[in-house]
Design a protein around this ligand. Structure first.
Ligand code: SF4
Length: 343
């Protein structure tokens, strides 16, 4: 009998709480075919001045209430294409509250083709810590068919600019874009790894009511990815990112109430992230078994990972059974590591 201790393959992370400030479509020159930030963020159109004033009041209230420090993130638009005056006003406000101890770090999301080395240096000097780039894909075909307005080289150049600026880089990828395939998505994962991002978010492409993609779907010009295919791709992507030590901080859109009723098609599932993580964890255990060449006779797993091991509605059990494991020889235990027994 052989015993092997395994760690969960997900990189250890310090949990960060982020105060999201949504600027839906602010700075966007047009709408990408799949995008509706009002639905995705649950926020209506608002003047930047109103968003800024609300934020100022909320930050003052949070400080007075003794709220624990947290990060702030400006999301939902193209932050680096806002009028410069507004980029600086938002950053100055955030920096003031960082100096007063309420905020720890400042991040924003933007498009890869709305950057320059000079602008990034200026934002960094003004207090910005991190840029989350909505790359979505590096494939010329997928970017073209999605109406992104730039090619794969521009996406790579955006990543290079952030990486070279000394700001922390985060990336967003979108499997299932029009013009994309399973291969282009997995190539996107590998291309992302080349820039060593600190974090990644994976948002499978959904068809939202009223978008250009919904019209493409209606005329038969777009076929969404099935849930099963999306889960398989997300599981593979998680495995690759985890192996490289990259934190995947989100899988799937946040289920805003207004959003759910407006999803026309696409791989939506409330437990998408958990299901993908279950697949990646299973792959890790299976790869270890394959490398050891042994026949599995038992698995102890940390109790806190029970739902991830067994999967949503215990859907992973048949896969473990195919390996020779099952309800009879897989048990939770209080340790923090997995123990795999082979005969
Ligand atoms: S995907 Fe990004 S750049 Fe495109 S419309 Fe949405 S927020 Fe704007």
């Amino acid at each position: 009998m052989n015993l092997a201790a395994l760690r969960h393959p997900r990189p250890e992370r310090v949990k960060t709480r982020i105060w999201p400030v949504f600027l839906p479509h602010q700075g966007c020159r047009w709408r990408c075919r799949f995008c509706d930030q009002h639905l995705q963020t649950g926020r209506p159109d608002q003047e930047l001045a109103a968003i800024h004033d609300n934020l100022e009041q909320e930050l003052a209230g949070a400080l007075a209430a003794g709220r624990a420090p947290l990060e702030i993130g400006f999301f939902g638009g193209t932050f680096t294409a806002l009028p410069e005056k507004w980029q600086l006003r938002f950053l100055d406000l955030a920096r003031e509250y960082r100096e007063r101890g309420l905020l720890t770090r400042i991040r924003c999301s933007t498009r890869p083709d709305a950057l320059s080395a000079e602008a990034l240096a200026g934002l960094k000097a003004r207090g910005l810590d991190m840029v989350e780039l909505g790359v979505q894909s590096f494939s010329d075909r997928a970017l073209g068919a999605s109406g992104r307005g730039h090619d794969g080289e521009a996406a790579r150049e955006g990543c290079r600019l952030v990486a070279d600026s000394g700001l922390t880089l985060g990336l967003h990828l979108m499997p299932g874009l029009p013009g994309a395939t399973a291969k282009t998505f997995l190539d996107d994962v590998d291309a992302s790894l080349a820039f060593a991002p600190a974090t990644v978010r994976l948002y499978p492409c959904l068809v939202l009511e009223g978008t250009a993609l919904a019209r493409d779907l209606a005329r038969g010009a777009y076929r969404p990815t099935s849930l099963a295919a999306a889960l398989a791709l997300l599981g593979l992507a998680l495995s690759r990112f985890w192996r490289a030590g990259v934190e995947v901080i989100r899988v799937g859109l946040v289920p805003e109430e207004a959003l759910l009723s407006r999803i026309t098609a696409g791989p939506w599932h409330p437990a998408l992230g958990q299901r993908a993580a279950s697949l990646a964890l299973y792959d890790h255990i299976r790869a270890h078994l394959a490398a050891s060449g042994g026949r599995p006779t038992g698995l102890r797993y940390p109790a806190r990972f029970q739902s991830e091991v067994l999967g949503w509605r215990r859907e992973m059990l048949p896969r473990y059974q195919a390996l020779g494991l099952g309800a009879e020889n897989m048990r939770p235990w209080p340790e923090t590591f997995f123990l795999l027994q082979t005969g």
